[in-house]
Design a protein around this ligand. Structure first.
Ligand code: AMP
Length: 223
């Protein structure tokens, strides 16, 4: 099975993706994380992506599609995987189907209002070493400026600065939101309320995943 976490920047896809990975063992593939790593390593791809990311714009479909293609070809993804931040355009959704079209999929939108989103992005801190995500209100770190998990330094993402947040939300509205219709038409779209605590949202998502896993098991037993 494949789970696609869908929703605007700041809706909690990364945080919920980590929890789903831990609870269900689906490997999480975050195109944002893969790109940030490439930027940090200053690979040719990373250098190309960096400028666009810092402006809140999308990196080209070809670049992210290639990153995802390499990941899902790995044996660790065979039992199932989870996508965070991909697809973000209709072209990417089509390309994913071309790469791995037979796999059953469920698309879960984390629905959250705009004011809460901006608040979350502004208060987000990320560990420079392990990528763990913190939030000054929802999930505060314990030691000043340090990651609870690995002790690495925490920083604010360049694209979580106010001007860039605005552009990312504009790009989401213009290019990514139309995927909702696309997946509704495929009858694989589900939605959860993204408000409340991290645990509340995870419980809502878990109900959907459990139902989907049960459905897949039944289909396999019948087939
Ligand atoms: P994220 O961590 O998912 O918010 O992604 C951070 C940035 O990486 C985005 O604002 C884009 O610049 C880039 N990015 C991540 N995923 C994609 C994608 N699927 N398509 C294009 N650009 C992406």
């Amino acid at each position: 099975m494949r789970i696609i976490l869908f929703g605007p920047p700041g809706s909690g896809k990364g945080t919920q993706g980590d929890l789903i990975e831990k609870a269900y063992g689906f490997l999480k593939i975050s195109t944002g994380d893969l790109l940030r790593r490439a930027v940090e390593d200053q690979t040719p791809l990373g250098k190309k992506a960096e400028v666009l990311m810092n402006q809140g714009k999308l990196v080209s479909d070809e670049i992210v599609e290639e990153l995802v293609r390499q990941r899902i070809a790995s044996p660790a993804c065979r039992p199932g995987y989870l996508l965070d931040g991909f697809p973000r355009t209709i072209a990417q959704a089509r390309s994913l189907e071309a790469m791995d079209g037979k796999r059953p999929e469920v698309v879960i939108e984390i629905d959250i209002d705009l004011t809460a989103l901006v608040e979350r992005l502004r208060n987000r801190l990320v560990c420079s070493r392990c990528g763990a995500i913190y939030n000054l209100n929802l999930h505060r770190h314990r030691r000043e400026g340090k990651c609870d998990a690995c002790g690495g330094p925490l920083h604010q993402r360049e694209d979580d600065k106010p001007g860039v947040i605005k552009e990312r939300l504009r790009v989401y509205k213009e290019q990514t939101e139309k995927l909702r219709d696309y997946y509704q038409r495929k009858s694989v779209y589900r939605r959860v309320d993204g408000s409340g605590s991290i645990e509340d949202v995870f419980q809502r998502i878990a109900i959907l995943i459990n139902a989907e896993v049960a459905k897949q098991t039944q289909t396999r037993a019948l087939g």
